[in-house]
Design a protein around this ligand. Structure first.
Ligand code: SF4
Ligand code: SF4
Ligand code: SF4
Length: 262
């Protein structure tokens, strides 16, 4: 029998939502169990087998010195390190703090802000260590996790989609909410992968899979203005779930109020 690949799942600064898709695999997990040894996965088992690991799926952003120390340790012990979800890829929803005074942010959230140790920023793993794969989503999609594991088992390079949510939406024969309802749906500039979940329920996409490859953000921003959004509302579209993705961040900056504009 072929030797199993040794897989680990690690959590950094995150809500743990990207670990759940592993547990949600259910029957698929049983199939994978024949080829994969889960060596470390704190949410599923207290048993921790030491590295080295063939693949480490890492959830969470880096937001304190302890995170930096740990991710370097994981990197040293891992052949293929995969960032899973918005936090690990871009820094997560908590990266909203990156452009705000950290003391103010801490005071707004915690009763004893002085006890909070951490960096003023939350960033993706690749800012600190080399990363071999990126799976977008908030949370990550369980199908993408399965495909990644199967690709590693087959010795193939995992496929990375360059499509936008619009393509998936069209494949589902959804009525476009921009056209039908004048909703500023971000599906046009967002990575595919969720199966156009929100537009399938007549809701605009809010970009949780991050920017698609080469998105035309200035055209989307102009469209938002034509649909009646103010400059501040356009800015907020980008500064939401995936605020620290470079393309969204830079487009948001164009619409940020200038000093004195409030
Ligand atoms: S990417 Fe989203 S779902 Fe995943 S851990 Fe971060 S906040 Fe939670
Ligand atoms: S509803 Fe959104 S995702 Fe669907 S086609 Fe229209 S813009 Fe694209
Ligand atoms: S439609 Fe957009 S916001 Fe909704 S799940 Fe998909 S990527 Fe996320």
């Amino acid at each position: 029998m072929k030797q199993k690949i040794k897989v680990a799942v690690f959590k950094f600064t995150s809500c743990s939502g990207c670990q759940l898709p592993f547990l949600n695999m259910e029957t698929e997990l049983l199939d994978l169990a024949e080829a994969v040894e889960i060596a470390c996965f704190a949410m599923a088992s207290s048993a921790v087998h030491p590295g080295p690991y063939d693949v480490a799926f890492v959830e969470g952003g880096i937001s304190c010195a302890r995170d930096v120390e740990r991710i370097k340790m994981v990197r040293e012990q891992t052949k293929i390190l995969v960032a899973i979800g918005n936090c690990a890829v871009h820094g997560g929803p908590q990266a909203l703090r990156n452009r705000l005074p950290f003391d103010e942010v801490k005071s707004a959230v915690y009763p004893q802000p002085d006890l909070v140790e951490g960096y003023p920023t939350s960033k993706g793993l690749a800012e600190y260590v080399p990363v071999d794969g990126f799976l977008e989503g908030c949370p990550v999609d369980k199908g993408h996790l399965q495909d990644y594991i199967v690709s590693v088992l087959q010795g193939k390079a995992p496929e990375v989609s360059t499509r936008s949510v619009c393509l998936e939406c069209k494949m589902k024969n959804n009525v476009c909410v921009i056209v039908a309802e004048g909703v500023a749906c971000m599906g046009v500039v967002t990575s595919a992968g969720c199966g156009a979940l929100c537009p399938s329920y007549d809701r605009g996409c809010y970009g949780c899979f991050g920017p698609s490859a080469d998105p035309n953000l200035s055209a989307f921003s102009n469209l938002c203005r034509e649909l009646g959004l103010t400059g501040d509302e356009v800015q907020r579209k980008y500064r939401y779930i995936v605020s620290n993705a470079k393309a969204f961040r830079e487009e948001a900056d164009k619409y940020a109020p200038k000093p004195g504009e409030g």
